[in-house]
Design a protein around this ligand. Structure first.
Ligand SMILES: Nc1ncnc2c1ncn2[C@@H]1O[C@H](COP(=O)(O)OP(=O)(O)OP(=O)(O)O)[C@@H](O)[C@H]1O
Ligand SMILES: [Mg+2]
Length: 387
């Protein structure tokens, strides 16, 4: 009975899909009033430097994750002279339409679902997921550990949205403890924060470990596909001052005890230096090509291929866990990749069928990712028109 089977399959696909149907920006950076209806596949924003292409992606990324793509402060996202900004998106999720919106004030942000304040982050995200790929990502392999941690944490957050609140709680506790260390506060005051840091820190470790377990093999396989390098890619989490084997096998409660012990052991040194030297904030994502650390030995092209492999792995992993592809945002990546790796990426995007947003200064770079139903946009001084 092929027709019935086909219909069932169709219903199944629709039920599991996520599509962005419409987007609106109000006073978001230089986008005073922009409304757009993206393609179900590739939407491509073309424009000269400084016109607002990245702002388009940044607004969408903020809407979908409530995390900034590049800004340090929320105030940067609000158009010069405006009191606040708003980004609104209408999604088709699990077969139903819903609208999410975020108001941004310099002092904070408020999330809405279907016009009402979101009761929880879970209700707000509701399965929306997005993977962004920016030129900054391409620098993580050879950059410092903070860049790699932020890079890793974006993936952890995409996979486990509760990580957003957990990592904020950790950051708050860390800041308080560091302040007390600097002020040489009595040890009894520090101990209250040690307990919180150990509890939440163990949770962050468990989240990162789960993500690494899912992603590292996929990323190594993707790296082989992107190719041209004989040595295999190895992605490995490096906990600071904690044995790898303990990290790999301990339960969350054991990790909590281990972190509490390390905080205690390192207290004299931390007091001397005025900061906390152990915990998830001090760890690193170790990336190697075969035996050799990529940070020291990988070429620029190899480094970028490693990042590309990670992103491909993340997309596939989210598809496996959510049942549908995330939205993909690619900011001017093509100009940074060599022609062969760019061709791989563009071919991958076209074949994946994902809903994708690309920006570029030169449409020739991204032609291969486009198809008959692509939407081409021209961005000029914060105005968006059909190209
Ligand atoms: N808060 C803000 N209010 C108004 N304009 C802003 C704000 N923040 C940034 N801009 C403006 O946005 C423009 C930069 O936008 P964007 O980074 O999106 O450019 P782009 O098109 O991606 O350029 P490139 O090709 O160089 O990456 C600049 O002109 C900048 O002055
Ligand atoms: Mg840009």
């Amino acid at each position: 009975m092929p027709p019935v089977g086909a219909k069932r399959l169709w219903v199944y696909v629709v039920a599991l899909a996520m599509k962005l149907l419409a987007l609106q920006y109000e006073h978001f950076r230089n986008l005073a009033q922009v409304t757009l209806e993206p393609s179900a596949h590739a939407t491509i924003a073309v424009g000269e430097n400084g016109q607002g292409k990245t702002n388009l992606l940044e607004g969408l990324y903020f809407l979908a994750t409530l995390k900034p793509l590049r800004a340090g402060k929320l105030a940067e996202l609000v158009a010069f002279g405006a009191p606040g900004a708003r980004v609104t998106g209408r999604f088709l999720l699990q077969g139903a339409e819903r609208e999410i919106a975020v108001d941004i004030l310099p002092t904070g942000r408020t999330a809405f679902v279907d016009g009402k304040r979101a009761p929880s982050l879970d209700a707000y995200f509701g399965g929306v997921s997005v993977v962004a790929f920016t030129p900054d990502d391409l620098a993580v392999v050879r950059g410092g550990p903070d860049g790699r941690r932020a890079f890793l944490d974006r993936s952890v957050f995409n996979r486990f949205p509760a990580f957003l609140d957990e990592s904020r709680e950790y950051a708050r506790a860390l800041k308080s403890r560091n302040r007390l260390l600097k002020d040489h506060a009595p040890v009894s005051h520090l101990q209250a924060w040690d307990a919180t840091l150990a509890r939440v820190g163990a949770r962050l470790w468990v989240r990162r470990r789960a993500l690494m377990d899912e992603l590292s093999t996929r990323a190594a396989t993707a790296f082989q596909r992107i190719g041209r390098t004989v040595a295999p890619a190895v992605f490995d989490y490096q906990p600071s001052h904690l044995k790898d084997v303990v990290f790999a096998t301990a339960t969350e409660a054991e990790l909590q005890q281990a972190l509490l012990g390390r905080l205690d052991e390192r207290l004299p040194r931390d007091l001397e230096r005025g900061f906390t030297s152990v915990g998830p904030h001090a760890d690193d994502l170790d990336i190697s090509l075969g035996e050799h650390g990529a940070r020291q030995y990988a070429s620029q092209g190899q480094s970028r291929a490693l990042v590309l492999a990670w992103k491909v792995a993340e997309i596939e992993n989210l598809q496996a866990s959510n049942g549908f592809l995330p939205l993909l945002l690619l900011d001017d990546v093509s100009s940074e990749l060599d022609p062969e790796r760019n061709a791989f990426l563009m071919g991958y995007l076209a074949d994946s069928g994902a809903q994708t947003f690309l920006t570029t200064t030169d449409r020739a770079f991204v032609e291969r990712a486009s198809g008959a139903d692509s939407r081409w946009l021209k961005v000029r001084a914060g105005e968006v028109t059909a190209l």
